[in-house]
Design a protein around this ligand. Structure first.
Ligand SMILES: [Zn+2]
Length: 339
């Protein structure tokens, strides 16, 4: 029987978790870390477990005990030495893209200037470092350039290239990749899901544990995702008039929303299309067994066409990250769909 080795409660990412635990156990803790990789992959979960291990007063083998005063206060969200910055949508936001403002960074810096109260050090997680406004990133540089001896910053980001190089270069960078479907299936089964539900959710999650948990907790969102995949099928395989009708319906649905929910809706839609288009590329290339989702007939479209669509999709997603208009982005994409 395999020996049970305790570790952090994280789905996948064994190499990154092992590296961070080694830093804690050896006491060779950096002043700043950057966890990067796709959305919903578990970056914040890993960052939180790292913070928990750093703050726990009795941790053994770099695992938080969950029982000491430090662990209890952190779990209750009232630890004086633990800080978390989240991007928000506010008056300075364009097209609903959440941002981290200069004011947020200044408040964090003020908090970090005090000595730790309960733990040996202060720990701050900055979720979505790629949402830092330029002024905020510049201000943060000061903390990164002149770190105090007892603070640890952990940044997460989806799009590494959108974080200034000056910030990136001052962090220890760790990349998180998509997690094996089997590992997500096992985690869902261990959590009590039936084999059929676990299999469907694991397949739909596209290697993202965060998405798997989202679908586990909301069957509405799961069904909407499946419906979205089917819509994409109709969009991709329909006649020109069917395609235009589907595009119109989608535009109307999206334009009924305000800019913030439009941008978020579009981001989710594009991720879904990426999954669906990648499946069609695999199917057209003769590898249907690698598809995440059952693909209807893709006769008439070539792998090159789907590759072109995926390239356009990637460019459009990058442009959206740089505040391009969601409506314009949608039009560009619909024009590049294979016929
Ligand atoms: Zn503890």
């Amino acid at each position: 029987m395999e020996k049970y080795t305790p570790t952090w409660p994280v789905i996948g990412h064994a190499t990154v978790v092992a590296a961070l635990r080694r830093h804690v156990m050896k006491g060779s803790i950096g002043h700043a870390y950057l966890l990067h990789g796709p959305r919903q992959i578990g970056k914040t979960t890993v960052a939180e477990q790292f913070a928990a291990a750093l703050l726990c007063s009795v941790q053994e083998r770099a695992i938080a005990c969950d029982e000491c005063q430090s662990c209890r206060q952190r779990a209750a969200g009232v630890h004086p030495d633990f800080h978390i910055l989240l991007p928000t949508v506010n008056s300075e936001t364009t097209f609903g893209r959440p941002i981290i403002t200069l004011e947020q960074v200044r408040q964090l810096q003020a908090a970090l200037s005090h000595r730790p109260v309960l733990a040996r050090r202060q720990v701050a997680i900055i979720v979505g470092g790629d949402s830092l406004q330029d002024k905020a990133a510049n201000a943060l540089l000061k903390t990164l350039e002149e770190p105090s001896g007892n603070t640890v910053l952990v940044l997460t980001c989806d799009a590494l290239e959108q974080l200034p190089l000056t910030v990136r270069s001052r962090c220890r960078q760790l990349r998180l990749s998509t997690v094996a479907t089997a590992a997500i299936f096992d985690a869902l089964r261990a959590g009590g899901s039936s084999p059929s539900v676990a299999r469907q959710i694991a397949a739909l999650s596209a290697g993202r544990p965060g998405r798997a948990l989202q679908f586990l907790h909301s069957s509405d969102q799961r069904e909407a995702y499946v419906a979205g995949l089917k819509d994409f099928g109709r969009l991709a395989s329909g006649t020109l008039s069917e395609r235009l009708a589907a595009a119109n319906a989608l535009q109307q649905r999206l334009s009924a929303a305000d800019d913030a929910s439009l941008a978020e809706g579009l981001r989710q839609q594009l991720e879904l299309w990426q999954t669906a288009a990648r499946d069609r590329l695999l199917n057209a290339a003769g590898c249907p067994h690698l598809c995440q989702w059952t693909v209807e007939d893709t006769a008439g479209s070539s792998p090159a066409q789907w590759r072109f669509f995926l390239d356009t999709l990637r460019d459009v997603r990058a442009a959206l990250g740089l505040n391009a208009s969601p409506r314009l982005a949608l039009e560009v994409l619909l024009l590049s769909l294979p016929r």
